[in-house]
Design a binder for this molecule. Structure first.
Ligand code: SF4
Length: 80
C-alpha cells in the first residue's frame, strides 16, 4: 500500500476506534486546519485528503503540506 493511502487508512481506523492520545493530536491539528484557507469543506486542497482522517493519522508520512502542523508534538498532542 502506498504511503499516502496507508496513512489515510490508518486515519480512518483511528476515526472509528478512538484513542484518547490520538484524539488530542487530532484536536490540535483540526484547530489549525479550521483557520486554513486550504480547508474546503473538511478536505485539504493541498493533498486532497479528508481532514477527519488526515488529522488522525500518526504515520510519519502524514504531514501538513504547508507545514502548519510543525509545532505539534505528535507523541502527545501538545504544542511546543
Ligand atoms: S494545508 Fe495543512 S493546515 Fe491547511 S487544511 Fe491542509 S493539512 Fe490542514
Amino acid at each position: 500500500m502506498d504511503n499516502k493511502l496507508s496513512a489515510i487508512v490508518e486515519g480512518w481506523k483511528n476515526f472509528i476506534f478512538h484513542d484518547p492520545e490520538i484524539e488530542k493530536i487530532a484536536l490540535e491539528r483540526a484547530k489549525i486546519c479550521s483557520t486554513c484557507p486550504s480547508n474546503t469543506f473538511n478536505v485539504c486542497k493541498e493533498c486532497g485528503c479528508v481532514l477527519s482522517a488526515k488529522t488522525r493519522s500518526t504515520k510519519s508520512t502524514n504531514v501538513c503540506p504547508l507545514n502548519k502542523w510543525d509545532k505539534i508534538n505528535t507523541t502527545n498532542g501538545n504544542t511546543e
